[in-house]
Design a binder for this molecule. Structure first.
Ligand SMILES: [Zn+2]
Length: 444
């Protein structure tokens, strides 16, 4: 009976609906299968336009038609769409890797742009993965760009990693390095690891053809105070550029089965001297390392931040070392300045940072220098020469953490007793000044 014929029996109607639903489901499944098969066929086939596009690299015997098909059928996950992730993803997208996954939790900021070339001025404030996807799609529409707008942790990493063939660690912190390494070991993925800070960079391939993993070399994390990041230590843009491009190169070599993938070696780049060193690593795994275990024995349900004693991002957490009455707001500071109160504002950042930008009424004594006798005599001299009334001391820094340490340091010094009224710091530091008082004041 056709469904268009009138049927007055409700039981028959119900049966018809059931039958039709089952038929629709069967057609749907068939369609999904056909689409998947079509996708697979497409991956194994290079269109004439693709042959033209990739011809310069396909001419190389290392790539050829088979290598290009392998690139097209492959997927690479890039953890971090920053200084390393931008160049590596640009080269891999241009090379015709079929799927590129981008992981990042952050937004584009103006201070990213000197090294993170996927992002543009107009994209400041946008999610990095979205900005990256837009730029990569402009480079090559044939590549499927997948975004993962999350902060990687031991709970979400396996689900993400399992869909990719090669993982690129383009992160900027130790916590993420351990999460990426352990997940690669557990899921059996090769890891192309890179790092860059100031003028120096490093490159290594881990967990490839039975090679060592990151943990074999670093079973225990370095103390947090010895590990810098680009936010505090700085980085020259081309340095992550060099390392990110090399990461793309190693990923291409892995995908195309190149015989000389950089495993069991570490490349160290000194941008200042323009020097590359290749250091041979132990070619056997460290005894007891997680990479010697079976995947099911490896647990990544770990508190990695606790293990490393540091955080998985470079956002500086505000600390509270002082009592509430030992702290001022930026509005208080502005009031003291406008009312010509006898205050001495000490900016405790490094000289190079003070030279970049500072409050015109502040003097610079870096926190480390505040601990020296010389700085105290400097202070006393300044107070004696410049003030008719006993002044108050106000310390300021980038975000309001070091300024608290400076207050504690200054309060220890008996030489300042009777020379100053009170000593306080500014909550939120220059970042807060920029937000609330003068939006033209540079944030970095
Ligand atoms: Zn290992």
């Amino acid at each position: 009976m056709s469904v268009f014929e009138e049927n007055t029996n409700p039981t028959n109607n119900y049966k018809d609906i059931q039958q039709l639903t089952a038929e629709i489901e069967a057609i749907k499944e068939e369609l999904i299968l056909k689409t998947e098969l079509l996708k697979m066929k497409k991956k194994q086939f290079l269109a004439p336009s693709e042959i033209s596009r990739y011809s310069r690299q396909m001419i190389l015997p290392e790539i050829g038609i088979e290598g290009q098909k392998k690139l097209k059928a492959s997927s690479v996950l890039i953890v971090g769409v920053g200084g390393l992730g931008c160049p590596s993803s640009m080269y891999l997208t241009s090379a015709g890797v079929g799927t590129i996954g981008l992981v990042d939790y952050d937004i584009v900021e103006i201070n990213n742009l000197h090294r993170q070339l996927l992002h543009a001025e107009a994209n400041c404030g946008m999610r990095k993965v979205e900005s990256g996807k837009l730029s990569l799609e402009r480079i090559n529409q044939n590549v499927n760009i997948v975004t993962h707008d999350v902060q990687l942790d031991g709970h979400n990493s396996i689900e993400i990693f399992q869909h990719y063939d090669v993982i690129i660690d383009a992160s900027d912190n130790l916590v993420t390095r351990y999460i990426v390494n352990d997940t690669c070991v557990k899921t059996g993925k090769p890891l192309v690891s890179g790092s860059a800070i100031q003028c120096d960079g490093q490159l290594a391939v881990y967990n490839y053809k039975g090679s060592v993993c990151f943990r074999c070399l670093h079973p225990k994390p370095q103390p947090p105070e010895t590990v810098g990041n680009c936010s505090s230590a700085g980085v020259l843009g081309p340095v992550p550029g060099v390392i990110g491009v090399l990461q793309a190169m190693e990923a291409i070599k892995i995908i195309t089965d190149h015989p000389n993938v950089l495993y069991n070696n570490l490349v160290v780049y000194d941008g200042g001297d323009c020097d590359f060193k290749k250091i041979k690593l132990a070619n056997s795994k460290r005894k007891g390392c997680i990479c010697t275990k079976q995947p099911e024995e490896i647990s990544i349900d770990t508190d990695y931040e606790l293990f490393c004693g540091s955080k998985a991002n470079d956002k500086v957490k505000s600390i509270n070392l002082l009592q509430e009455n030992e702290r001022l707001t930026v509005l208080d500071l502005q009031k003291y300045v406008s009312e010509n109160e006898p205050i001495l504002v000490i900016d405790v950042r490094k000289k190079v940072e003070y030279d970049m930008c500072h409050l015109p009424f502040s003097i610079n004594i870096p926190l480390d220098d505040l601990k020296t006798e010389q700085s105290h005599s400097q202070l006393i001299e300044k107070i004696n020469l410049s003030y008719t009334k006993i002044p108050s001391l106000i310390t300021v820094c980038r975000r309001g953490n070091d300024s608290q340490r400076a207050v504690m340091e200054l309060k220890k010094k008996s030489i300042l007793k009777n020379k100053v009224n009170w000593i306080k710091d500014v909550i939120g530091g220059l970042h807060e000044w920029s937000k609330q008082i003068n939006t033209n004041f540079p944030i970095y």
